[in-house]
Design a protein around this ligand. Sequence first.
Ligand SMILES: O=c1nc2n(C[C@H](O)[C@H](O)[C@H](O)CO)c3cc(O)ccc3cc-2c(=O)[nH]1
Ligand SMILES: C[C@H]1O[C@@H](n2cnc3c(N)ncnc32)[C@H](O)[C@@H]1O
Ligand code: SF4
Length: 380
Amino acid sequence: MISVSEAISYEHATGPDLYALCQQASKVRDEYWGKQLTYSKKVFIPLTNMCRDSCGYCTFVQAPDSPHANYMTPEQVLNTAREGAALDCKEALFSLGERPEERHQKARDLLHSLGYNNTLDYLHDQCESVLSETSLLPHVNAGALSYNELKQLKPVAASMGMMLENISNELLKKGQAHHACPDKTPKRRLDTLEQAGRLDIAFTTGILIGIGESWEERVRSLIAIRDRHLSYGHIQEVIIQNFRAKAGTAMESYQEPNLHDMKRTIAIARLILPNEISIQAPPNLEVEYGSYINAGINDWGGISPLTKDFINPERAWPQISSVTQACEGLGYTLGERLTIYGRFQRQDNKYLTSNLSQRVASLVSHLTRPSQPLITLVNH
Ligand SMILES: O=c1nc2n(C[C@H](O)[C@H](O)[C@H](O)CO)c3cc(O)ccc3cc-2c(=O)[nH]1
Ligand SMILES: C[C@H]1O[C@@H](n2cnc3c(N)ncnc32)[C@H](O)[C@@H]1O
Ligand code: SF4
């Protein structure tokens, strides 16, 4: 494992130094994960786009006076899930704004008309409905949650997630990405990781890069994730996500991270985090996403044949056949996985309630196998 000071020393690595770093990370990936990359075939369910936070980079959030500010109805949720199931999707990704009812009257009114006082109760029931009415497995990405909230959701979600974003307190200051965002304080985000660990929830997290943090803060954020995992063993994947500047946001003119920065961060993540944690980077936020492979990723995250990426709606998903080609060109195969990784799926284990465990087991047999048989060269 790489030391903190060595990781920090790679801040400006380019040329041969960056190449060597990526080679080292790829070797570690190949030894643990082999020559197969994965993705999860999913539908996106943006349950509500209202939020009490206002992150400087976000276009997902809608102000309450916007005609687009809404909650999806139970019918819309089920229709999306059913259409996804018909297209062979296995995951329903619930992604939503945080506690909008604590700030906006409109959110309270809409929730009341749906019969609820609280977004997370509504989320719980919509996950339950997807579970009982379709074959999809819910994955919940609802931001920072308390112990009791996570506990309430665990029986209706196969896995959950929340991007740590970054542990930098500097980002909370005026003019910075997380100013006046109560759910983006490093304290609340780290506490969510901790509570998910106590509850044995297979958990996805990650860092958003290029939002005003320093390289050292990026490294320290990865170490903070590693430390929570070393206590509980519950982190299944870490997403390295590149900030994309969006028109109309506070950060519309902010510099986006470049490909070198992404590769450097992916490679450092692979070397900092324990091998069993999957390293994921999205293929729709970078034209040259194929070069993430040689930096050490083993997963592309969710890809949808039906719904757009509502968080980055201007960035279309590549065709799955294109991702397959990118993998094969570098000697890798592409295979489908479930939202909960294999390591957490064993029957009767602590990560899944028994009904979820059965659902997971039956879906495993329907996964699309890798694109082509692996040809192994044997050295005598
Ligand atoms: O399509 C997206 N999927 C996102 N996903 C879903 C991801 O692509 C996978 O579907 C799941 O992680 C399942 O492994 C997230 C999941 C999390 O738990 C936390 C953050 C994200 C962020 C995104 C995102 O920006 N866009
Ligand atoms: C769900 C996740 O989406 C990410 N997210 C939100 N806005 C952007 C953006 N402009 N660019 C890239 N990622 C973004 C955040 O990391 C959030 O936690
Ligand atoms: S990124 Fe999440 S928490 Fe921040 S404003 Fe958007 S929806 Fe809210």
